[in-house]
Write a protein that binds this ligand. Structure first.
Ligand SMILES: C[S@@+](CC[C@H](N)C(=O)[O-])C[C@H]1O[C@@H](n2cnc3c(N)ncnc32)[C@H](O)[C@@H]1O
Length: 262
């Protein structure tokens, strides 16, 4: 089963929710700008699932996706863009570094699933955020997700079933170096026949903290940076709803967004 599996399909089913992503991006933009955004830039877009959902969400919407991995972009083109027909013309995918300029400045730029953590030094992160800032419209908004909590730097493995399937998704935090903040992580998939797609995706990241990222966003020029934390239910589990907060919720593992207004 592992040999026949499609790692991109499993990844999307396990960790992505493009409908929620697009609604959230529209909500945080509209809240402050009092109108809907139309141009999206999806950095580290992978299979461009968010770009595709964005153009589906409105006839006046267009999207540009950036990812270095041509094979992943091609998979996304076949899976998400081809079925869109005419609307696919409103999506442009660039097999380029996220620090490259796009064709148009964006109303909203997103960097999801923590991918910006490929930048390990302050200088690299500043260079990336400066390019995000430059490539946004004058009233543009940048949205990035973050994780933290006291389990965030533990070496551990977390396993759960992919919803509606008998395949298990495994998130492994392989190592963490306190001196540099380097964190190596991996995604595996386990199948009911006992086979495993090991290291389906591997990440060599620096785990950035929220205060660090807020300061860097302000430093490159963003005038307002809001934190949106996932609300938790009585058992302390995330309930999928995010709301703005000045303090956040301290727990073993939290998910949040930083929303930076130009
Ligand atoms: C964790 S995946 C994110 C996929 C998708 N955005 C999501 O939300 O699930 C990280 C992606 O970032 C891409 N990537 C890593 N460094 C990059 C860079 N400097 N410029 C563009 N893409 C990069 C990788 O090719 C990979 O597809």
């Amino acid at each position: 089963m592992a040999r026949q599996a499609d790692r991109h399909e499993l990844y999307e089913r396990a960790v992505q929710d493009p409908v929620h992503d697009v609604q959230f991006l529209q909500e945080v933009y509209r809240r402050v700008r009092r109108r809907l955004p139309h141009r999206l830039r999806e950095d580290f877009c992978g299979t461009a699932a968010v770009c595709a959902q964005w153009v589906k969400a409105g006839k006046g919407n267009s999207a540009e996706g950036f990812d270095l991995d041509g094979e992943t972009l091609e998979w996304g083109r076949r899976r998400h863009l081809d079925p869109l027909g005419e609307a696919a013309r409103r999506v442009i995918l660039h097999a380029k570094d996220v620090r490259e300029p796009g064709l148009h400045r964006a109303d909203v730029t997103c960097a999801h699933n923590f991918s910006y953590q490929v930048f390990h030094t302050r200088a690299e992160m500043i260079e990336y955020l400066e390019s995000v800032y430059r490539n946004l419209e004058d009233d543009g908004v940048f949205v990035m997700d973050m994780y933290g909590g006291w389990e965030a730097n533990e070496e551990m493995e977390e396993e759960r079933y992919i919803e509606g399937s008998d395949v298990r998704y495994v998130w492994e935090q392989v190592s963490y170096a306190p001196v540099t903040g380097r964190q190596d992580c991996a995604i595996h998939f386990r199948f009911p026949d006992g086979s495993e797609l090991h290291d389906a995706f591997v990440y060599h990241w620096r785990h950035w903290t929220m205060p660090e990222m807020r300061e860097l966003l302000s430093e490159v020029g963003f005038t307002r940076v809001d934190a949106w934390f996932e609300e938790i239910d009585e058992d302390g589990d995330g309930n999928g709803t995010f709301s703005p907060t000045d303090t956040g919720i301290n727990c073993e593992g939290w998910l949040a967004y930083l929303v930076a207004y130009k």
